[in-house]
Design a protein around this ligand. Sequence first.
Ligand SMILES: *Cc1c(COP(=O)(O)O)cnc(C)c1O
Length: 364
Amino acid sequence: MKVPFLDLKAQYETIKEEIDAAIQEVVDSCAFAGGPFVEKFEKEYAEFCGVDHAIGVGNGTDALWLSLLALGIGRGDEVITVPNTFIATVEAIIFAGATPVFVDIDENSYTMNPDLVENVITSKTKAIIPVHLFGQPADMDPIMDIAKKHGLFVIEDACQAHGAEYKGKKAGSMGDAGCFSFYPGKNLGAFGEAGAVVTNNSDLNNKIKMLRDHGQSKKYYHDVMGWNARMDGIQGAVLSVKLKHLEKWNEARRRNAELYNELLSEINGIITPKEADYRKHIYHIYAVRTPNRDALIDFLKEQDIYCGIHYPVPVHLQKAIQRKDFTPFSIAEKCSQEFISLPMFAELTKDQIKYISNRLKSYS
Ligand SMILES: *Cc1c(COP(=O)(O)O)cnc(C)c1O
């Protein structure tokens, strides 16, 4: 039995008519860059997240970068985040001109350990970027308390957490800004590149809207230096269609995770993911931990089961960072050597999950 890591085609087949009609509508109206289809999606996504504003941008990296710029974070400033994230979190900090400062993760949720944050706050610290890794929110209450106490901004990297919740609040809605990616493989994926910032702060909303569109207040009147980071009309239309299905797809992922957890619990040497207190995990990635990860991936590939690694090298050890002065982050480093991401998507069948679990059992 072949099990791909992700099957975007299977998802498309279930909504083909709606999607094709939505794309045709954009083509017929030629509203390709920004415009009414993006505005419609922005309204719907803000409502979905329970916030006042959503700003559609080019991708998740833009969302993070423009949030930092709009909050006035730049040269000489420090931003606290975690080393086990996708590089974009840190690229955004560095391209804003600021310096990333890392804290280790919690071994159960794989998100920022709030107990470590105050140790690294200095007079230069301006913001904290918790990452809702794999679709599970970071422990936001203590992070927000620390930010309040020290006068810091909080930008949520919710790029993997569309519809995830913390104490009933949607990921992205708790900090000053929440950043989303709609990269095709994300739980809410566009048909190309797209992203969004969500916020309750109307000043921030206005600033990011200007920054994404060359700093214009109206056409050809440029009040600040901006950039081109607009969302495409086709992406807005596709995302409006897909948003209606997101909760159902997230629930299917949660059921798949539950079945995996049950079947894998009997296997020695495999640590299954845990949903921490107060959190609703939406399993963008279903990552288990095991020693001998690389051999296991090869074995599964021979059985036609395709896995991933998120991420093999923590950001502070990436060549691009060009710094060797970090103290080790033992949990992030250990996890990066043990993580293996099993196939996970809404259309994954019970039979496929049973097959994968049986193959894993035969290996151990
Ligand atoms: C996908 C992702 C991003 C970047 O989003 P792009 O749309 O690919 O630019 C940032 N942070 C995390 C945690 C991500 O998973």
